[in-house]
Design a protein around this ligand. Structure first.
Ligand code: ATP
Ligand code: MG
Length: 271
């Protein structure tokens, strides 16, 4: 089933009002349909990753951002297992540690940018430095307000050097977040995951919405646009993310390198 994925892109330069997005959109699909479609997508992801790896000229960087309980972990688990773990690394970003805090905020991100031929997934990213940092004034506005431009330049440099930057904002409603946090409280196996900060941060929901809107407006660029993914229905989110990743890898159009041996000659010898 071919979804029109272009419509989930934030057009560079456009205004963003997150309230206008339907977080429970499901593409008129049924859950079972979407699940079997995802299996086909997994195969395609794997085939394309093989080519990217063989070509060794480009890398794919997948940036995942979302509110708490927005589904970053679930997306990584359910969608990314289409990839061969040998060529795929995941890095989760929390508040900077003692070493990181003494560097510029892009330092820790630059260190984990995937090498040519590889795929990298960022579970939270440099965007934390214009989200949580902005909401809680962890650095003065004079400082964080300059970061949008740094980030755009950084991502442009990566793009020019062969790293495709794919940015996905998993967008859930406030009500869906409430349900998910409550579910974690109900299930003893999920208690370890419950963090007081999640409930505290929820009080800043509107500030986070504003910060995300600014991020989407200022940093959706032709070379690395932001996608807003309807996130309330996990099965639809998974399918859409899988489709966008596949389409991006296809766009990258990796070319299989020529063999270094005379294949016909060896075939003759080993028949
Ligand atoms: P879940 O959605 O499952 O709770 P999570 O991504 O919130 O997962 P946690 O380890 O619970 O993972 O939280 C990471 C924390 O790190 C978040 O509270 C986030 O705000 C914080 N963080 C990320 N980047 C920065 C940053 N640059 N400065 C300060 N805090 C940050
Ligand atoms: Mg958390």
């Amino acid at each position: 089933m071919n979804q029109n994925i272009e419509k989930f892109i934030i057009k560079p330069g456009s205004k963003v009002n997150l309230k206008k997005f339907d977080t429970s959109y499901n593409g008129k699909l049924q859950k079972e349909e979407a699940k079997s479609e995802l299996e086909i997508i997994h195969q395609k992801m794997s085939d394309m990753q093989y080519k990217i790896h063989a070509e060794k000229k480009q890398a794919l960087l997948i940036v995942l951002q979302a509110m708490d309980a927005g589904g970053k972990d679930g997306t990584i688990r359910d969608v990314m297992y289409g990839f061969n773990p040998q060529g795929c690394k995941v890095k989760s970003f929390r508040a900077p540690n003692d070493v990181e805090i003494n560097h510029d905020y892009l330092w820790r991100v630059h260190m984990v940018i995937p090498a040519r031929g590889e795929i990298g997934i960022l579970n939270r990213s440099h965007y934390g430095d214009v989200l949580v940092v902005r909401v809680h004034n962890l650095v003065p506005p004079k400082q964080w307000s300059k970061r949008y431009e740094h980030i755009n330049n950084f991502e442009k440099m990566l793009t020019d050097e062969g790293v495709r930057v794919l940015k996905l904002f998993l967008h859930i409603s406030k009500e869906e977040q409430r349900k998910r946090l409550y579910k974690r409280l109900e299930n003893p196996l999920k208690h370890w995951k419950v963090d007081e900060a999640d409930f505290e941060e929820r009080k800043f929901w509107n500030d986070y919405v504003k910060a995300h809107e600014q991020m989407l407006e200022k940093c959706s660029k032709p070379w690395s646009p932001w996608y807003v993914i309807p996130g309330d229905k996990k099965w639809y989110r998974n399918l859409l993310v899988g489709q966008i990743i596949t389409k991006t890898l296809e766009d990258m159009n990796p070319k299989m390198p020529k063999s270094t041996i005379n294949v016909a000659k060896f075939k003759g010898q080993y028949q």
